[in-house]
Design a protein around this ligand. Structure first.
Ligand code: ZN
Length: 243
């Protein structure tokens, strides 16, 4: 059923969350344990800790950025890259900060990262941005600094920080113009993104690919449960794309 919907759609928007990256081994940011067990992200990855105690913030975040390079896209990201190459995908609106949609081959301009990205560093004073690879080179006296002297921050949205307005607006206008919205790997509980499907046009269809049902379930035309990467791999095969 979803295959037919994809076939007959031309402006597909994917709305993705942590679940699409699970098969790549990316730990759930909010779950306990794993490699961040010594610190609670909700206590450290905050704007106030960054401002008040940048040493502690960067001790936590540097490890996180270092491992970001070791993750690879999975069948979920590749499925969307196939749709993009087929000219059917108008946008990916993502809550993820891992950059794996672009790594899979979705064009940069089509990916709207509403929670920011680990791929860049940003200076909150002069707004200069640097690729993550510059981290070591910018580090002086233990802390990474912009050429203006201010300590830079990963370009991710920290707790207590506003979402990037431009990304949110672009994401919402893509959704408002879609003919099929596919929600993948998000339980749709974190606002404002959880409210985004309401912006889809009347007549646009909606599919959910997630291991558990979401609050949007009753309005969806189709729900594929179970393992997300397997479901996406099957869709890619069904559409004749080879991984
Ligand atoms: Zn600066």
């Amino acid at each position: 059923m979803l295959l037919e919907m994809i076939d007959s759609s031309e402006r597909i928007v994917a709305l993705t969350g942590a679940g699409i990256s699970t098969a790549s081994g990316i730990p759930d940011f909010r779950s306990a344990g794993g490699i961040w067990e010594d610190e609670n992200p909700m206590e450290v990855a905050t704007l106030s800790v960054f401002n008040r105690d940048p040493e502690r913030f960067w001790a936590f975040y540097r490890a996180r950025l270092d491992v970001a390079d070791s993750y690879e896209p999975n069948a979920g990201h590749l499925f969307l890259a196939h749709l993009s190459q087929a000219g059917k995908l108008s946008a990916v609106v993502t809550q993820n900060i891992d950059g794996l949609h672009q790594a899979a081959g979705v064009g940069d301009g089509l990916v709207h990262e509403v929670h920011g990205s680990v791929r860049e560093l940003v200076c909150l004073d002069c707004q200069a941005r640097y690729p993550r690879e510059c981290l070591d080179e910018l580090t002086v006296g233990g802390l990474p600094r912009c050429s203006c002297g201010t300590i830079v921050k990963p370009a991710v949205v920290l707790f207590e920080e506003m979402l990037p307005e431009v990304e949110v607006e672009r994401g919402l206008s893509a959704i408002a113009d879609c003919d099929l919205l596919i929600v993948i790997g998000s339980s749709m509980v974190v606002y404002p993104v959880a409210g985004f499907p309401a912006q889809r046009p009347q007549g646009a269809r909606m599919a959910i690919i997630n291991n558990e049902q979401t609050s949007w379930g009753p309005e969806a035309d189709v729900w594929l449960g179970g393992d997300i990467a397997s479901q996406c791999a099957a869709l890619s095969r069904g559409l004749g794309f080879a991984d």
